[in-house]
Design a protein around this ligand. Structure first.
Ligand code: NAD
Ligand code: MG
Length: 380
């Protein structure tokens, strides 16, 4: 079903703002918006789109927003409950989750419970609670459409797939981030400023650091396992510096189909909303002759340890990926705060993984418990 009425969670972030741009272009009616604490930004968005409901997680910011929006019909909510109420907004048919981190898990589950179509940018939802999310989606007959560019590419390459057996492997591309080609010795002394300089994409701070450590590709491998029901060993990661080939799939006959385009998130955001249709986009045309050359390399797994940590976590199963995700969220934050070095991120995440018990089944409360454990362990 094509989107008509939408709620955007995390609307003040990089993906949130680009999603609103797509809504402007496609003429979607925006019903609810949420953010952590950005009063001014969300006030402007609420006024422009005349939204029914907005929520800020931070209580004081929500109080301030309520005063600012007093002359409008917009209802202002607060806290995680407020965000979840927005995720379940009755008048919306689609929820685009652009929250950063596993804080997006509960709103995703709420939106699935309310039978909304989910456009998912928040990859941490699947890394922390893949089994819960996919189980609930199946139970409620809900479709999860990827917004992450690689997963959108894979999804696009799978259109017209002849049978369940035909897919041989997924080729997940990675830009390699700002530190491609660097040695571990060189990485010891990199600064936050260096790590925040992504060569191809302009994104929020957390994912930009994840791209520098290549944790982002590990998280995306886990995301792909859940979204496309594949085994981790059927995903090949390839470093592709130009970020033009957004990922590819290989079929049983060794035919490889890839999706290409300029690196601009508005293409995958729009496809998640217009699927199965395609409409004009504000993104420019790709000129292969102007680009000239596309390059591909094997990742340096020894130096960028996070990819294999994620592979081990998904192979161990259960809460291991949730633990790795939460440990990374904490370590990523501490690196940005100047409290730990760049290489400490992988080291601390690995330590948490080693201390996570293996189990098959888990509940939402178990995820929250392992989240607390992982963060505390990283902080010690
Ligand atoms: P961002 O930091 O720019 O924005 C995050 C949004 O989430 C903001 O609106 C913020 O107010 C809100 N938020 C922060 N903490 C919150 C909390 N605890 N509870 C509720 N809301 C909270 O992040 P981003 O770069 O837009 O990324 C959002 C998600 O999309 C991430 O999961 C990221 O991995 C994924 N993603 C981003 C890009 C990109 O180009 N930026 C590409 C692919 C996937
Ligand atoms: Mg991505």
């Amino acid at each position: 079903m094509a989107t008509k009425n939408i709620s955007i969670l995390g609307s003040t972030g990089s993906i949130g703002k680009q999603s609103l741009d797509v809504c402007r272009k496609c003429g979607y009616s925006v019903k609810a918006l949420t953010a952590f604490s950005s009063v001014k930004e969300i006030e402007n968005q609420a006024r422009e789109f005349k939204v029914q409901t907005v929520a800020l997680v931070d209580e004081n910011s929500a109080k301030e927003l309520k005063i600012k929006l007093a002359d409008t019909d917009t209802k202002v909510l607060s806290g995680v409950d407020g965000v979840c109420e927005c995720a379940g907004t009755e008048s919306a048919d689609t929820v685009l989750n652009a929250i950063v981190g596993m804080a997006g898990l509960k709103p995703t589950l709420t939106a699935i419970g309310a039978k909304k179509k989910i456009a998912l940018a928040n990859k941490e939802t699947l890394v922390a609670g893949g089994r819960l999310v996919m189980g609930e989606a199946e139970k409620n007959g809900v479709r999860i459409l990827p917004v992450d560019s690689e997963h959108s590419a894979i999804f696009q390459c799978l259109q017209g797939k002849p049978s369940n057996r035909a897919l041989k492997k997924i080729i997940l591309t990675a830009s390699g981030g700002p530190f491609f080609g660097k040695t571990a010795q060189e990485l010891k002394s990199v600064t936050v400023e260096n790590a925040l300089k992504h060569p191809n994409w302009s994104m929020g701070a957390k994912i930009t650091i994840d791209s520098a450590t290549m944790m982002n590709k590990g998280l995306e491998l886990i995301e792909a396992v859940w979204l496309f029901s594949v085994k981790p060993e059927d995903i090949e990661i390839v470093v592709h510096r130009e970020s033009i080939v957004h990922s590819a799939v290989e079929y049983d006959d060794n035919s490889v189909i890839a999706q290409l385009g300029l690196p601009d998130m508005r293409i995958p955001i729009q496809y998640a909303l217009t699927y199965p249709e395609r409409f004009e986009s504000p993104v420019g045309e790709l000129s292969l002759s102007k680009i000239g050359k596309l390059s591909f390399f094997e990742p340096d797994y020894e130096t960028f340890k996070c990819i294999n940590i994620c592979k081990n976590a998904i192979n161990k199963g259960g809460l291991c990926t949730a633990a790795v995700n939460s440990a990374n969220e904490q370590a990523n934050l501490m690196f940005r705060q100047g409290k730990i070095g760049f290489l400490d991120i992988a080291e601390r995440v690995q330590e948490v993984l080693e201390r996570t018990p293996v189990c098959d089944e888990y509940t939402f409360d178990d995820v929250m418990e392992i989240d607390k454990f992982a963060r505390e362990y990283v902080m010690r």
